[in-house]
Write a protein that binds this ligand. Structure first.
Ligand SMILES: [Ca+2]
Ligand SMILES: [Ca+2]
Length: 439
């Protein structure tokens, strides 16, 4: 099982192959380190924090590239009319392959006590500020706001790629300890036309000091008065910390290269986080202006849109059987091969959709799935098609398993559960299929 995610032997020639023992007690990786298949320019160091030169597109995954890596992805909220235009990737995105899915790392911790963990991901062509995307990042179903700040600040027009390297906050260490870590980056809401890609994801357990570090300096002032603020605590990536001098200037050394969040905190002011883009051996400048006020409230996760009748997984402990399965519910108009609805069901096992806003043909239903032992059961409930239509609609699911296979040995299968013309003659349809653990 572990071998599936350890791609250490497939580094392209120019990438450094640091032995795991020098970087951390344990290094787990999903996806090969190959710049989406383009390879690395001579002398390019993946961990330096530098962007790659721009590369061509489109590209497609090679056999064995795990789900969610080395392919063009597009937020599940995309419905074909992006509010702020679209990028080149969007024109090449094809469902279902472009649907964001969780990237899963499953491993044995070999009895190593997990004290800290660093997450590294190599990301490509994220352009949220330009194209109006708003990415949500979840780790085992739990919102990871520290990563959202970084992902939503990226301007990777080119397209270019870059390493994001962050220390995991304590509240995200439980999946690391469990050996069942799952990362999902998606824009489910805005419909933005911002295609993106992920080359690889690495998890470093009990990391050593980063080999590639830089320096961050700057000044902290009061936003209203412009007065320089001394005593402000400035922390990079939850790791390196310093207090600002009496004149408001601060210096952080030994900050890991790549993209990191830097937070400035002072009693009586709202904490403020900015993203720094740091190249190994260099300095970056980052000034803060703080606003008076109390603690900034942490935004709550949006209320679930799911059907009330189906239990939603608790966010802090999804059953192992569910983690890592990517389930996408879809509706398709077979008369003209157009999409009626797409919705990723991970990390929640259900959703209700009413795609009437998309115009004819109309249908609404609740989709859900459940693992019961070695069965995966898919269902459609409360199906209605309020307006008779001459079109033929098909509703179904595309499921990608990780760590398990279907009875035919495949990890991805598409199921059409129901097909109807004009009016459905059933409102509930279910199907169970056997799944088995990979040996
Ligand atoms: Ca993009
Ligand atoms: Ca790759």
């Amino acid at each position: 099982m572990l071998a599936m995610f350890l791609a250490l032997s497939t580094f392209a020639a120019a990438a450094p192959a640091t032995p795991a023992g020098q970087e951390a007690d344990l290094v787990i990786q999903a996806g090969d380190m190959d710049n989406l298949g383009y390879g690395w320019p001579q002398g390019f160091d993946v961990f330096s924090g530098n962007s790659t030169p721009s590369h061509s597109y489109p590209f497609t995954p090679a056999a064995g590239d795990p789900p969610g890596t080395d392919r063009i992805l597009l937020g599940s909220g995309y419905r074909g009319s992006p509010p702020a235009g679209q990028d080149g990737y969007t024109g090449h995105a094809r469902r279902p392959d472009s649907m964001p899915v969780p990237i899963a790392l499953r491993y044995g911790t070999k009895g190593i006590p997990v004290k800290a963990a660093r997450l590294q991901l190599f990301v490509d062509d994220f352009q949220a500020p330009l194209l109006g995307a708003r990415y949500k990042v979840t780790i085992n179903g739990q919102r990871a706001l520290f990563l959202e700040d970084i992902i939503n600040s990226l301007r990777q027009t080119g397209p270019v790629g870059k390493l994001v390297s962050v220390q995991l906050p304590e509240e995200f260490l439980w999946p690391v300890r469990k050996g069942d870590f799952s990362l999902l980056i998606d824009d489910p809401d805005t419909g933005a036309g911002d295609g993106f890609a992920i080359d690889f994801v690495r998890l470093l357990i009990n990391p050593r000091d980063a080999a590639h570090v830089g320096r961050v300096t700057g000044r902290v002032t009061d936003k209203t008065t412009g007065r320089r603020l001394g005593g402000v605590q400035v922390t990079a990536d939850g790791l390196v910390s310093a207090a600002a001098d009496i004149d408001g200037s601060y210096e952080l050394t030994g900050v890991p290269a790549g993209l990191a969040g830097v937070t400035a905190k002072l009693k009586g002011y709202k904490p403020h986080t900015l993203t720094v883009d740091l190249v190994s051996g260099r300095s970056a400048s980052l000034d803060f202006s703080l606003e008076r006020g109390g603690e900034e409230p942490i935004p709550e996760s949006p209320p679930a849109e799911e059907s009330e009748s189906v239990a939603v997984m608790p966010s802090d402990a999804p059953p192992a059987a569910e983690a890592g399965a990517a389930v996408v519910a879809w509706g398709r108009d077979e008369s003209d091969s157009s999409d009626v609805a797409w919705h990723s069901l991970y990390p929640s096992p259900s959703f209700s959709d009413d795609p009437r806003r998309l115009g004819e043909p109309q249908a609404k239903w609740t989709a859900s799935y459940e693992f019961t032992g070695d069965q995966l059961c898919l269902s459609i409930k409360d199906l209605e098609a309020p307006t008779a239509s001459e079109h033929t609609l098909a509703l179904g699911y595309t499921v990608t398993l990780q760590g398990r296979v279907f009875d035919d040995g495949r990890t991805t299968r598409t199921f059409t559960l129901y097909r109807f013309k004009a009016k459905p003659d059933r409102s509930e349809i279910g199907k169970c299929v056997p799944v088995q653990a990979l040996k």
